[in-house]
Design a protein around this ligand. Structure first.
Ligand SMILES: Cc1ncc(COP(=O)(O)O)c(C=O)c1O
Length: 461
């Protein structure tokens, strides 16, 4: 074993914890908490299970914490293709091409009929930033003001300032303003807490029609894009009703609004279809992707567009500003493309989209059995992508507090299962458990997850 490898494998747990506590600034974490407790440190994973530094094993129903390790942990073939590609050519800037970039772009556009051009980056936020820049530049190129992007309440599109400006997660935005102009919100599509106080199906799908009103208020001449998660993820796992997207599509077509579908979480099988939008009658103009694209074995993201959009940027080479003047250094890392290609092979060869559909239906059925519990307000989802909304009181639908959520998630972990939860997202409504295991899980794994969730709710609420 080389010395470098020894550094990674020979360590003392207490020393690592001490180094982590002293130097690592964790994501989305109030570090004061670590004065009382140790951070969770994971050391290995196999299939749907991970092990922490103390040797505790968990069934990871969060797919790496943020629903992204879709093909599961410990895939030797993923490591091997990345290794081989890195030895051959680790990197070349995206202004040029590489073999795996071309191969993966070809594969991806086969999966996305109508979208035939792909722009690569390295995070979901970045993929969305590219889409916003495209909308804005198209307005410039056409000499109009259609540069605003609408977004939906409770949707999340990323961590950068523009992505936060386009995210309906008030708590994530707190204290990071001022935000750039050019973003406006449309209502969310969660029936359980209908923003119009109506009940489906007698609601005229007001949440979808509200888009037209917002476009009118903002000025149809100023609205160029609409970004939506096909099924809201971090905002509480919210699949809109089936009528929602055809109405949205019609309004976008009527007002010439570019429809951007953020498939960062839903994409690549999570919901039981290859892409979340395929559950609905809708045809996006731009699709953004990351997380499950390479199951997070390597960072990579993509912004796929229709040729009409790409063609907007074709002009006489003497025009200095008319092409898409954007570059991401790490959009040229070839390990990500190799990983994405192998990820797709695994998803297809092992029929993981179908597994997500079948085992996902089972998951939702089994979670549905918890609906009688006095603290379970709503169970919803699609595929291996489920949310359990916890309430203090079923009739008033008052949400449980964040302390209760934390206690429930801790109690579930004590049962050997990791789940996520809405986290500093929606004021007063960080009360949905997120369950999104790797797409390889079996019904027996689901039984284990549901049993732990049941115990967690009973103990924590
Ligand atoms: C729907 C959605 N879009 C975009 C992002 C941002 O992705 P990243 O964290 O890779 O920038 C996330 C992250 O959780 C997400 O859930």
């Amino acid at each position: 074993m080389s010395d470098t490898h020894a550094l990674l494998s020979d360590y003392d747990a207490e020393d690592i914890i001490e180094k982590d506590k002293r130097h690592v600034w964790h994501h989305l974490l109030q570090h004061k908490i670590l004065e009382e407790q140790d951070p969770k440190i994971f050391v290995e994973g196999q299939g749907a299970r991970v092990k922490d530094i103390h040797g505790n094993e968990y069934l990871d129903a969060s797919s790496g914490g943020v629903w992204c390790v879709n093909v599961g942990f410990g895939r030797e073939s993923m490591a091997k293709v990345i290794y081989d590609q890195l030895l051959k050519l680790p990197y070349y800037a995206g202004v040029a091409g590489t073999v795996p970039a071309a191969q993966f772009a070809d594969k991806l556009t086969d999966l996305l009929p109508g979208l035939d051009r792909v722009y690569f980056g390295n995070s979901g936020s970045e993929a969305n930033e590219k889409a916003f820049k495209m909308v804005r530049q198209i307005a410039h190129l056409n000499g109009n003001q259609k540069n605003k992007v609408l977004y939906r309440d409770r949707d999340y599109h990323g961590t950068t300032i523009a992505c936060l400006a386009a995210s309906g997660h008030e708590e994530r935005r707190q204290a990071y303003g001022p935000f750039p102009d050019g973003f406006a919100v449309v209502p969310h599509a969660l029936c359980y807490r209908c923003p119009f106080d109506k009940s489906y199906p007698d609601c005229n799908i007001e949440c979808a029609h509200a888009l037209e009103q917002v476009i009118q208020e903002e000025g149809p001449d100023t609205v160029g894009g609409l970004i939506l998660e096909p099924i809201t993820a971090g905002g509480g796992v919210i699949p809109p009703v089936e009528e929602y997207y055809p109405i949205v599509q019609e309004i976008c077509d009527k007002y010439g609004v570019i429809l951007i579908m953020d498939e960062v979480v839903c994409g690549f099988g999570r919901t039981g279809k290859m892409f979340g939008f395929e559950h609905y009658e809708v045809a996006p103009d731009i699709v953004t992707m990351a997380k499950g694209m390479a199951s997070s074995y390597a960072p990579i993201s993509a912004t796929a567009v229709r040729s009409e959009i790409f063609d907007e940027f074709l002009s006489d080479p003497s025009d200095k500003y008319d092409y898409f003047r954007d570059i991401s250094t790490y959009g040229g890392c070839t390990g990500g493309f190799a990983a994405a290609l192998e990820n797709m092979r695994i998803v297809e060869d092992e029929d993981l989209v179908e597994n997500a559909r079948v085992v996902g239906d089972y998951l939702l059925d089994r979670l549905g059995e918890l609906s009688d519990h006095p603290n379970v307000g709503d169970v919803r989802g699609k595929g291996l992508f489920a949310g359990v909304e916890l309430v203090a009181d079923k009739s008033s639908e008052d949400p449980v507090g964040e302390d209760v959520m934390a206690a429930v998630i801790r109690a579930i972990a004590a049962e050997g299962v990791l789940v996520g939860g809405t986290n500093r997202s929606i004021p007063g409504l960080n009360n949905t458990l997120n369950i999104a295991p790797p797409l390889i899980v079996s019904t027996a794994d689901v039984d284990e997850i549901v049993a732990a969730v049941k115990v967690g709710i009973e103990k924590g609420c």
